[in-house]
Every structure is written in structure tokens, then in C-alpha cells.
Design a protein around this ligand. Structure first.
Ligand code: C5P
Ligand code: MG
Length: 192
């Protein structure tokens, strides 16, 4: 399997680029944010718990996220590979993912970090918030999310640098231009 992590701060374009990547490489998309939003709209117990964290711009606890991810991964039909979008968001989640993949003889082949300046992130999230129906549609929640990203999520970068599969890509500019850079990085890894 060719497994990818698409990583970056909120508003960096993970979801947008994931759609294009799965189409080109025929991968399975696992977006923990999308799963959580579905649980919330289905009003499940998990959704009700998750909502309290999401509405505050905080992270849902590792144990919940890791359990949810494992269920999703176990239910996978035959797949050429997975793109993990919005996961891992903490170093503990990264460790759990490594263990989960190891047990199946799998690994992460490339971790793509979409690098975007905070000012641009805030602009994009405010814009998205006008139509998304998401709770991060106001400056207060957006700034909280960026703070949480910097303190809990950014350290995940070093984890994957140590794993030797890290690739930083500038996530500013046109969507297609960014996608081209991502494809170049993926193709280089696939041929290696
Ligand atoms: O990935 P996305 O940005 O769509 O996630 C939306 C929200 O879901 C996050 O702001 C966070 O509150 C929650 N989440 C989380 N842990 C994850 C993924 C999402 O807490 N691994
Ligand atoms: Mg997303």
C-alpha cells in the first residue's frame, strides 16, 4: 500500500488537495474531521462528545480519535493505499498510527506538510466560514485552533522527520500549482 499523510494547519488545504490526490492515485480517503462531522450530524454519542471540543476549537481526546481511526481502518476493503487527512494531530496519535500500521506490515510512505502563513490561514477560514456551517467561522475560534495547532500538532513534524518520510510543501498559490508540487513529491517517493 502507498500510504500518505496530508498535514498542515487548519485552512492549509488538506481536504482540497486530498480530493485531487485520491482521484489521481486511486487512494482511500480517511478524514477524521469528516468522520467527526458525520457523527455530529447523526447525533451519535461520539458526535455529542466530539462537538463540545470542536466548538471550542480544541482537539478531541486521543483515545476517542485513535479508536475511531482504527475502526475505520479495519473496515477498509482492499485498497491501494490510504490518505490520512487531519490525522495524526498529536505525537501520541502518530505513535498509535505507526503501531497500527506496523501490525499490518504497513507504513507511512510520505508525510506532506502544507506550509501556509497564519495571516493567509485566517483569511481562508473566515471565507470558508461564510458557507461551511462549521463552528470555526469566527476569529476567536480560528485563533484558538491555530494556537492548539502550534502547541499540540506542529511537533508531529519532527516525528516524521525522524521517520525519514517528511516533505514540506508551500501551500500558498494556486490549487493546481500546489497539486503539481505534491504529485512530484509523491512520484519521487513511489519510484524510490
Ligand atoms: O480535520 P478538520 O480540520 O476537518 O477537523 C475539524 C475539527 O475536528 C478540529 O478542529 C478538531 O476539533 C477535531 N479533530 C480532532 N482530532 C482530529 C481531527 C479532527 O480533534 N484528529
Ligand atoms: Mg479538512
Amino acid at each position: 500500500m502507498f500510504n500518505i499523510i496530508i498535514f498542515g494547519p487548519p485552512g492549509s488545504g488538506k481536504g482540497t488537495q486530498s480530493e485531487k490526490i485520491i482521484e489521481r492515485y486511486d487512494l482511500t480517503h480517511i478524514s477524521t474531521g469528516d468522520i467527526l462531522r458525520q457523527e455530529i450530524s447523526d447525533n451519535t454519542e461520539l458526535g455529542q462528545t466530539a462537538r463540545q471540543f470542536i466548538d471550542r476549537g480544541e482537539l478531541v481526546p486521543d483515545s476517542i480519535i485513535i479508536g475511531m481511526l482504527e475502526n475505520k481502518f479495519n473496515a477498509l476493503q482492499k485498497s491501494k493505499g490510504v490518505i490520512f487527512d487531519g490525522f495524526p494531530r498529536t505525537v501520541d496519535q502518530a505513535r498509535a498510527l505507526k503501531e497500527m500500521l506496523n501490525k499490518r506490515g504497513e507504513r507511512i510512505c510520505i508525510m506532506i506538510n502544507l506550509e501556509v502563513e497564519n495571516e493567509e490561514l485566517i483569511d481562508r477560514l473566515l471565507k470558508r466560514g461564510e458557507t461551511s456551517g462549521r463552528s470555526d467561522d469566527n476569529l476567536e475560534t480560528i485563533e484558538k485552533r491555530i494556537k492548539v495547532y502550534e502547541s499540540l500538532t506542529a511537533p508531529v513534524v519532527d516525528f516524521y522527520k525522524n521517520e525519514g518520510c517528511y516533505m514540506g510543501i508551500k501551500g500558498e498559490g494556486g490549487i493546481d500549482e500546489i497539486f503539481r508540487k505534491i504529485c512530484m513529491a509523491i512520484d519521487t517517493k513511489r519510484m524510490a
